[in-house]
Write a protein of this length. Structure first.
Length: 190
């Protein structure tokens, strides 16, 4: 108690975030100090550019898509406050069996991954969207023809109703055997 500066989180705020995200109070405070070190202005929120400076996202090939998927959630926001920031990070928490938290469940991770590919937000992944994301992931190491063939094969394998696009349901089925929990987990605190 006593002289907490206004920069510090209030205890009820910590409790609320802990409840929502499953992070411990210690992790929340450490992430808060990182959060405050990321923003350039005094308004207490992060812009898209601030977000892209997070090293774990910068080194992740899908970092930019992750950030975009978050900003494209339909709410039209272009700045993120600490609570929203923690909700994003919570999706990438490795799953611990002992704690049940819905933000990092398999389905949430799949939804988030699906959004990364669905660039125009029409709830379908088209061949062109797949190709665009593959481009971002592999860079210049693979030829255009190879990428196109990967994209076409992926659509062919995942598309069950023959409409040439992948719906969320088809996406989940295609990834049924993939360890999404592992792939979509990023360790923000080592
Ligand atoms: Ca789409
Ligand atoms: Ca389909």
């Amino acid at each position: 108690m006593g002289n907490k500066s206004s920069l510090l989180l209030q205890e009820e705020e910590i409790a609320q975030i802990q409840d929502e995200t499953g992070f411990t109070p210690n992790q929340i405070e450490r992430l808060y100090s990182r959060f405050t070190s990321l923003y350039r202005s005094d308004c207490g929120t992060l812009s898209r550019e601030d977000f892209l400076r997070i090293p774990e996202l910068a080194i992740n090939t899908l970092g930019e898509r992750i950030v975009n998927a978050f900003f494209n959630d339909g709410s039209g926001i272009d700045r993120v406050n600490f609570r929203q920031f923690m909700q994003v990070l919570a999706r990438f928490r490795p799953i611990k069996k002992s704690k049940d938290n819905t933000l990092n469940s398999r389905e949430q991770k799949l939804k988030f991954a699906f959004k990364m590919y669905d660039l125009d937000n029409d709830d379908m992944i088209s061949r062109d969207e797949l190709l665009a994301v593959l481009h971002m992931m592999v860079g210049a190491n693979i030829s255009e023809e190879q990428l196109t063939s990967i994209a076409e094969r992926t659509i062919l394998e995942a598309d069950q109703n023959g409409d040439q696009t992948i719906s969320f349901e088809e996406f989940c089925k295609a990834l049924d055997r993939t360890d999404v929990e592992q792939k979509m987990s990023i360790r923000f605190l080592s």
